[in-house]
Design a binder for this molecule. Sequence first.
Ligand SMILES: [Fe+2]
Length: 305
Amino acid sequence: MTPSAIVTTEINADAIGIALQQHQQAILASLLVSAWMVEARDPYTGGHLWRVSQFAMILARKAGLPEAEVQRIAVAGFLHDLGKIGIPDAILGKPGGLTEEEYDVIKTHPRIGSRMLAGHPLASLVDAAVLMHHEMPNGKGYPLGLSGNDIPIDARIIGVCDAFDAMTSARPYRKGMAREQAQRIIDNSLGQQFDETFGRLLIEIGDAGELDHVIAHSDEGIPLLACHVCGPTIVRRSDQHAGSQLACPSCQGAFELGTDDQANFLNRRATPHELEVVPDRSVINALVSDWARKYEMSTRPEVVA
Ligand SMILES: [Fe+2]
């Protein structure tokens, strides 16, 4: 091969690599939007996916996992509940406790998510977390009843983070627990309901204040806003500022964002237009580009000078 042919081949390989990367990023972004649509259907869990993704990322990094793995787990944290798309609204959005039959329906979501991913080009990134984030060390979780270290690391990390966020988040029928109380509950169930290693680590970094910027937030520097009827359920997108119109997805009240970053009730119901769900592209794009950067670094051969 002539030198010029070699250069052309290298340029083509680079161009193909870049195109492939952009293609993968677009595929990942569309997967994250699908996961986000699940969250948009549930009026009480705004920001849950972002918080689980952030908690999982912080925990994985603290555990010393390689950075590419840390970013993959952050993506898996965002996608873990993908299968809830197949759970009826009447059960998914039911305030208060579920009957045993309804809980059995909820328990089908990991398998639904895993089936949705079957054949997807990025399935291998997240399939274990999607299928196994409700497994428990004592074998009493679902859907497979795995125990201990048979549960993959990403599923063990996301399982603890998912429960921690559920406990520290407000619901219409209860306030969010204080961080310390949620940590005590995890501590009391280490090795039973919660993975011992990652549960202990979460308590440690929680006590060090390293989770406070994520608890009750829906993005970096954006706390959840309180609806005076429903508690903190209003999610502000990063492109919304003082004067922006907001709506509570739970009671459907109309609000305006004040200069003090509070949601002020406008004494009326929100219009259908104001209640329209709009994915927060900045949250999704940040996850995709962080993942792409670290993924590329981990898959490219090291350049030797
Ligand atoms: Fe789940």
